[in-house]
Write a protein that binds this ligand. Structure first.
Ligand SMILES: NC(=O)c1ccc[n+]([C@@H]2O[C@H](COP(=O)([O-])OP(=O)(O)OC[C@H]3O[C@@H](n4cnc5c(N)ncnc54)[C@H](OP(=O)(O)O)[C@@H]3O)[C@@H](O)[C@H]2O)c1
Length: 224
């Protein structure tokens, strides 16, 4: 049975990933921070792990949970948006720390913790980035702290691809689309089912030659 571990699976895109992979017969391990999220995962037949992504103990917990596994996919999805700024409003210490710790520090700690299990499975490592992190495609500045965090996440993903690619792990940074979730809001472009179905299709056909790429949910490339 193929196996996926999803960091940040309590709701939104992460929970839909868990739901669709379960429905497809996969073994799913999802992380959540609270009882409600853990119960929601149990309700779809997924295994769960309580994990605050920024906790210093989280990488060891993840490594321990996957020590006996060969993972087909590791999906580091947890993220926060932070302040909804229209322009160049300076971020507070608190906002900067919260967004950068969740969106950049946590993936830089958690993805390497998944690497041994992914290497055993010759698996794929995905992070949920955003087109808002693209520097080349940028035409607006709203949410510039979030944009900076996803640009930094993309940098980290590229570095991961250079180290983990030769170990047989194909690494990809995803833009999931503008998705109707708590973060994306009800006015977003696409339902979460479509975003996740697209990323699943893209992952299923992802080749080693695509290691270290930045892809839209439908598989089309996005400039860094
Ligand atoms: N929605 C969009 O349009 C869109 C577009 C581009 C990129 N993205 C990215 O897609 C990912 C998922 O977004 P979403 O739309 O599904 O957002 P969401 O509905 O707000 O869900 C965010 C998920 O991240 C988890 N999370 C946040 N901080 C965490 C932490 N410190 N430790 C553990 N888990 C944490 C949340 O857990 P709790 O339930 O415990 O809070 C929740 O499961 C994010 O990385 C986001 O930046 C979303």
């Amino acid at each position: 049975m193929p196996c996926i571990l999803i960091v940040g699976a309590s709701r939104g895109i992460g929970f839909e990933l868990a739901t669709q992979y379960r429905a497809d017969g996969w073994e799913v391990i999802g992380t959540a921070r609270d009882d409600a999220g853990l119960a929601r995962l149990a309700g779809i037949g997924a295994q769960s792990l309580r994990l605050e992504a920024t906790d210093p103990a989280a990488p060891a917990a993840l490594a321990q949970r996957t020590a006996a596994l060969a993972l087909d996919i590791g999906f580091v999805n947890a993220g926060v948006y932070g302040p909804r700024t229209p322009g160049l409003e300076p971020p507070s210490d608190e906002d900067f720390a919260a967004v950068m710790r969740t969106n950049v520090m946590a993936p830089m700690r958690l993805a390497p913790a998944l690497a041994p299990a992914l290497a055993r499975g010759k698996g794929k490592l995905a992070v949920t980035s955003s087109r808002m992190g693209s520097i080349a495609a940028r035409t607006a500045v709203a949410g510039w702290l979030y944009r900076a965090s996803k640009a930094a996440l993309n940098s980290a993903l590229k570095d991961m691809s250079l180290v983990l690619g030769p170990q047989g792990i194909t690494c990809v940074s995803f833009h999931p689309g503008w998705v109707r979730t708590d973060m994306g809001g009800s006015g977003a472009d696409i339902p979460v089912t479509e975003s996740v179905a697209g990323m699943r299709r893209t992952l299923a056909t992802l080749s080693a030659a695509q290691n270290g790429s930045f892809l839209n949910y439908d598989g089309s490339p996005i400039p860094w």
